[in-house]
Write a protein that binds this ligand. Structure first.
Ligand SMILES: [Zn+2]
Ligand SMILES: [Zn+2]
Length: 368
């Protein structure tokens, strides 16, 4: 299906303008003229989760490839159904088109990390990796290309009420008779030994969660998207397509309801910590918990990410850099030689310890 594409042009020379993270404005790649993006006073709003789910039940979007004609060179190209902006494959002019999903982003975090800065972060990161093949460091100092993406995320707020049942464990000590070896001779002695006393407990905890962020893209792995957090959502600004100019951007491919299931897992970790704290004692067991989520709200947002792939020994590795904070995460190759050497070292050490435990006299003869 044919789609309209827009782009912004330089008032001075007519060349395409791209968003520049360095100046937080549009910039002409040809004559460097800058055009500031007017700041908006619109409030960043939260939207009702249940209401949106009801709306989504009666509206479903179809997947259509977007046929775009470049405004500069007239070339046509096709974007995937979830792609919203890209660059013309023939002349590299930015092309921004429309969102087709039922829910569209109302806010975003602009890129603040330039491609060059992201590159530096990545090189440092590779340098800090344990077990990375030494040659990898030389390899990434080459010219691997970073691609800038605005990726869709969901944010969720929720008030939770959790009822739980569990057990509290308190440690106490008992005196027991044990046979011990003193100077090579067996002797009966009274020793202190710990025991745990378990008491059944039940209770209630409540939490308020603000902006749990969940990646809504399937372009890069969920683990990588998740590891890019934290995101500072207080810096969100009202959506403006000028920020997308020159960057790839996407709509959500993980739905609002599925995103909330991931959010529940994150909330659950914190709720469990709170329950354990409330149970107290030396050890805690949670046998059952039931959580109700109320006043749940969401936002659909775009976050800036630098991504790239590199090939190493015929395998593709993906990595990503949070373009707000500079945090790097990704898949990485391991040097099996380095790992095997370490395991062998540990093995030798452990073997030695075990041998000594079985032959305690050696230690004694050593200390004499
Ligand atoms: Zn210009
Ligand atoms: Zn073109």
């Amino acid at each position: 299906m044919k789609f309209q594409s827009i782009n912004f042009t330089c008032k001075n020379c007519g060349a395409p303008l791209r968003f520049s993270p360095l100046n937080n404005s549009l910039e002409c790649e040809f004559c460097s003229t800058q055009e500031t993006i007017a700041s908006s006073t619109k409030k960043i709003e939260e939207y009702d989760f249940q209401e949106a789910l009801r709306f989504l039940k009666s509206h479903s979007s179809k997947e259509i490839n977007k046929e775009i004609t470049c405004n500069k060179c007239g070339g046509t190209f096709t974007l995937t159904p979830y792609s919203v902006s890209s660059n013309c494959p023939y002349c590299n002019t930015p092309a921004i088109t429309e969102f087709v999903k039922e829910i569209t982003p109302k806010s975003l975090l602009p890129f603040t990390l330039t491609q060059k800065e992201a590159q530096e972060k990545f090189k440092k990161w590779v340098g800090s990796l344990w077990f990375a093949p030494s040659k990898l460091q030389q390899f990434v100092h080459g010219n691997e290309k970073l691609k800038g993406y605005y990726l869709p995320y969901w944010t969720y707020d929720s008030q939770t009420h959790t009822n739980y049942q569990g057990q509290r464990g308190d440690i106490y000590y008992v005196q027991v008779e044990r046979t011990v070896i003193v100077n090579g001779r067996e002797e009966r002695r009274t020793v202190q030994e710990p025991r745990i006393h378990w008491t059944p407990v039940s209770g209630h905890v409540q939490n308020f969660f603000d902006d749990i962020t969940i990646g809504a893209s399937t372009t890069i792995s969920h683990t990588i998207l998740d590891n890019l957090s934290p995101w500072y959502t207080e810096k969100l600004i009202p959506f403006n397509e000028k920020y997308l100019s020159g960057f790839e951007s996407e709509e959500y491919t993980i739905g609002l309801d599925n995103g909330f299931e991931f959010a529940k897992l994150k909330m659950n970790t914190i709720i469990r910590q709170d329950i354990k704290y409330q149970i107290g004692g030396d050890q805690q067991q949670i046998n059952q918990m039931y959580t109700q989520y109320s006043n749940t709200t969401y936002k659909n947002v775009l976050f800036p990410v630098w991504t790239a792939q590199f090939k190493w020994n015929n395998k593709v590795y993906n990595y990503a850099i949070n373009a707000q904070t500079g945090k790097v995460t990704g898949e990485r190759p391991y040097s099996w030689i380095k790992i095997v050497l370490l395991i062998l070292t540990i093995g030798l050490f452990m073997g030695g310890v075990m041998y000594l435990e079985e032959h305690p006299n050696i230690l004694k003869s050593l200390s004499k």
